[in-house]
Design a protein around this ligand. Structure first.
Ligand SMILES: Nc1ncnc2c1ncn2[C@@H]1O[C@H](COP(=O)(O)OP(=O)(O)OP(=O)(O)O)[C@@H](O)[C@H]1O
Ligand SMILES: [Mg+2]
Length: 608
C-alpha cells in the first residue's frame, strides 16, 4: 500500500499528460525517426506480441476443452488434436505455456532493445542540440528545467515506450481477438457480457483511483499535523514562554480531526468499493453464468463453452480495466515528447561537432565599429552605445569602468555569445559574423572572473584547453602559469581530484589553473575578466606573472581591476553606462584629474 501511494504521489507531481492536439501529434510522429533504424527488431517484437496474445487466449479455450473432455457437442466439438483426451489437452496446455514463455522473453527483449537504442539516440541528439544553443537560450531558462527534460522527460518517454506501448498493444489485441472468439461461442452471451462486465470493470478502476487520491490527501493531512508537533517541540521555549499550551493543543486537535474525517471518508468509500466489487462484479459474473446456463438448457452451449467463455471474459475485463492507466502513461509520454521536441526545434548555433582538422589562421586584430547592443531579454535597456575601438595584433587593451558599465558584455560580444545590434565587430578586418563560429572561438580563450573547475583531476582540467594534449604540454603550460609547484605539492600531483567532490583550491590557484588551460589552447585572442576579489600579495604576484606570460604575443582584452594590469596596457578604455568616456594610456588618463579614470584609480584600483 505504501509503495502504491508513493507511486501515485510521484506520478501526480510528474509531468502533466498531454492534450492530444495536432501539434502534439506532429511532434510525437517525429519520434518515429528514432524507431526507424530498428524497424526490423520492432516488427519482430510486434510479431511476438501478437503470438503471446493469441496464446494467452488459447488458455481459457483449452481449459474449456479440459472441462469438456468427454462431451462432444457445442462449438468446440471439432477436435484440434485429440481434444477428448485429458492427457493430450494437458500436454497442449504445457506447450502453450512453453511457447508463451519463449515468445514473451523475445518480445520483451526486442522491445527493450528497440526502445533503449532509440532513447540513447534521443538523449544524445537532445544533448548535442542543447549544448549548441545560443547564450540567449540559456539566459531565458533555468538549468534545472533543462536538466529535467533530459532526465525526467526521457524517463517518462521510456516508461511510455518500453512498457505502456507494448502493454497497450497487447491488451488491444487481447480485447479484440477475445471478443471475436467469444462471438464464436455465443453471440447472445457475448452481448450480455459486453453490456455488463467492461462497464463494471471501468467503474471499478475509477472508483479505485478516487480512493487512492483520498488516501494521498489523508497522508497530506497527517503530515500537516506532524508539522505542528515538530514546530512546537522545536520551539517549545516559545510555547511555554507565551503560555500557549492550550492554543497549541487546540490547533493540533483541529488538525487531527480534519485528518480523521478525511480518513473516515476514505473508509466509507473503501467499504463501498468492496461492496461494489462483491455485489456488482460477482453479480455480473453470476448473471452471465445464469444466462449461460439458460442457453445451455436450450442446447446452445455446453459446459466447456461456458468455462471458456468465463475465462475469456475475465481476461477481457482485466484488459479493459488496465487501459485507462496505460493511456494516462502514454499521454504523459506524449507530453514529455512534446517538450523534448520543443527543445530540438530551437535553432542552435552553427557549430559543427565534427573534429576540427586545422586551426583558423588569424592575426588577432579586433575592431569594434560603432557597436551598440542590448540583451534580447531587455530590449529597452541599451547596454552598449556606439562603442568604437581597435586592438592591433598583440596589443593589450584594458577595459575599466564602474560595475554594470558593460565590460563583460564587450567580452561576450568578442566571443560572439551575442551579435551586436548596431555597428559591427571585425576580426582581421573581416566581419566576425562571416567566420565559422566554432573555428573562430577555437582561436580565443577566456580566463573568467569566477573560475569553475570541472569535477575531475587537475590534469583533466588543464587539458580542457586542448583535449588530447600530451602530458608534457600540459606540464609545460602549468609551469608557465606558475601552477606546477603547487600542483606537485599535493600528494597526488596532477591526479588530484578537484571540484565539488575533490579538494578545494584557493582563488589564486584556480586562476592559475585557468591560465594554464588558456596557455595550452594557445589562442590568438585572449579575454581576461580579472577577479574582483583581492588576492594576497604573494599569489597576486604569481598570478600577474602568469598573466603576463599568457598575454605575450596575443591580442588581449583585459577587464582590469589591478593597477599593474592597467599600467602595462597599450590602451585603456574607460567605460561608463555603455559608452567609452575616455581612452588612452594610463599616464594620459590619470592626468585628467576630473575624469572618471582618475577617480576610479583612486578608489578601486588602489585597493588591489
Ligand atoms: N544576460 C543579460 N541579460 C540582460 N541584461 C544583462 C545581461 N547581462 C548583463 N546585463 C546588463 O547589462 C549591463 C552591463 O552588464 P555587464 O555585465 O557587461 O557589466 P560589467 O561592466 O561587466 O559589470 P561588473 O564590473 O560588475 O562585472 C548591466 O546593466 C546588466 O544588468
Ligand atoms: Mg563583469
Amino acid at each position: 500500500m505504501a509503495s502504491r501511494r508513493g507511486k501515485a504521489a510521484s506520478s501526480d507531481d510528474g509531468a502533466k499528460p498531454a492534450k492530444l492536439n495536432k501539434e502534439a501529434w506532429r511532434k510525437t510522429t517525429r519520434l518515429f525517426r528514432y524507431l526507424k533504424p530498428h524497424i526490423g527488431a520492432f516488427s519482430a517484437g510486434l510479431f511476438c506480441l501478437l503470438i503471446t496474445s493469441l496464446l494467452s487466449l488459447a488458455f481459457p479455450i483449452l481449459l474449456g476443452k479440459l472441462v469438456n473432455a468427454s462431451a462432444s457437442d457445442g462449438f468446440w466439438a471439432a477436435p484440434l488434436t485429440d481434444l477428448t483426451n485429458i492427457d493430450s489437452i494437458a500436454k497442449l496446455l504445457m506447450l502453450v505455456f512453453a511457447l508463451q514463455a519463449a515468445f514473451g522473453f523475445v518480445r520483451i527483449y526486442l522491445f527493450g532493445l528497440v526502445s533503449e537504442n532509440a532513447l540513447a539516440d534521443l538523449r544524445q541528439d537532445t544533448y548535442s542540440h542543447l549544448i549548441r544553443m545560443p547564450m540567449l537560450f540559456f539566459a531565458q531558462r533555468r538549468v534545472g528545467e533543462l536538466n529535467s527534460r533530459i532526465s525526467a522527460d526521457v524517463a517518462l518517454l521510456q516508461e511510455g515506450m518500453t512498457t505502456s506501448l507494448a502493454e497497450l498493444l497487447r491488451q488491444t489485441v487481447t480485447i479484440t481477438l477475445g471478443i471475436t472468439l467469444l462471438t464464436f461461442v455465443s453471440v447472445q452471451l457475448t452481448l450480455t457480457m459486453l453490456a455488463t462486465l467492461p462497464v463494471v470493470a471501468l467503474i471499478a478502476v475509477f472508483f479505485g483511483r478516487y480512493i487512492r487520491k483520498l488516501s494521498t490527501q489523508v497522508q497530506d493531512r497527517i503530515a500537516d499535523t506532524n508539522v505542528i508537533v515538530d514546530e512546537t517541540l522545536q520551539g517549545i521555549q516559545n510555547v511555554k514562554a507565551f503560555s500557549n499550551e492550550s492554543f497549541e493543543v487546540g490547533r493540533y486537535r483541529s488538525s487531527v480531526l480534519k485528518a480523521r474525517d478525511l480518513a473516515l471518508k476514505g473508509a466509507r468509500w473503501r467499504g463501498a468499493f468492496v461492496s461494489f466489487i462483491i455485489f456488482c462484479m460477482f453479480g455480473v459474473i453470476v448473471f452471465i453464468i445464469w444466462r449461460a446456463v439458460h442457453l445451455k438448457a436450450e442446447g446452445l452451449l455446453d459446459i466447456g463453452d461456458i468455462t471458456s467463455f468465463l475465462g475469456l471474459s475475465i481476461m477481457i475485463g482485466a484488459s479493459i480495466a488496465s487501459i485507462p492507466e496505460l493511456v494516462t502513461t502514454m499521454l504523459k509520454a506524449v507530453g514529455a515528447t512534446e517538450r523534448l521536441m520543443d527543445l530540438q526545434e530551437g535553432t542552435p548555433e552553427a557549430i559543427s561537432l565534427a573534429p576540427r582538422k586545422e586551426h583558423l589562421r588569424i592575426e588577432g586584430d579586433i575592431a569594434f565599429e560603432h557597436v551598440s547592443f542590448h540583451y534580447a531579454t531587455r530590449a529597452d535597456h541599451e547596454v552598449l552605445h556606439d562603442v568604437d575601438f581597435h586592438a592591433k595584433p598583440g596589443e593589450r587593451v584594458a577595459l575599466v569602468g564602474p560595475s554594470g558599465a558593460g565590460k563583460s558584455t564587450i567580452a561576450s560580444l568578442v566571443l560572439r555569445f551575442y551579435d551586436p545590434v548596431g555597428g559591427r565587430i571585425t576580426i582581421d578586418g573581416k566581419d566576425a559574423r562571416d567566420y565559422d563560429l566554432g573555428a573562430l572561438r577555437d582561436r580565443m580563450s577566456i580566463v573568467p572572473q569566477e573560475v569553475l573547475l570541472f569535477g575531475g583531476t587537475i590534469l583533466e582540467n588543464i587539458a580542457y584547453g586542448r583535449p588530447g594534449a600530451s602530458r608534457d604540454d600540459i606540464e609545460a603550460a602549468a609551469r608557465k602559469a606558475n601552477a606546477h609547484d603547487f600542483i606537485t605539492s599535493f600528494p597526488e600531483g596532477y591526479a588530484t581530484i578537484v571540484g565539488e567532490r575533490g579538494i578545494q583550491l584557493s582563488g589564486g590557484q584556480r586562476q592559475r589553473i585557468a591560465i594554464a588551460r588558456a596557455l595550452l589552447k594557445d589562442p590568438a585572442i585572449l579575454i581576461l575578466d580579472e577577479a574582483t576579489s583581492a588576492l594576497d600579495t604573494a599569489s597576486e604576484r604569481l598570478v600577474q606573472d602568469a598573466l603576463d606570460k599568457l598575454m605575450e604575443g596575443r591580442t588581449s582584452i583585459v577587464i582590469a581591476h589591478r593597477l599593474s594590469t592597467v599600467r602595462n596596457a597599450d590602451r585603456i578604455l574607460v567605460l561608463d553606462h555603455g559608452m567609452v568616456s575616455a581612452s588612452g594610456t594610463h599616464d594620459e588618463l590619470i592626468a585628467d584629474t576630473g575624469g572618471l579614470y582618475y577617480s576610479l584609480s583612486k578608489m578601486q584600483l588602489s585597493e588591489a
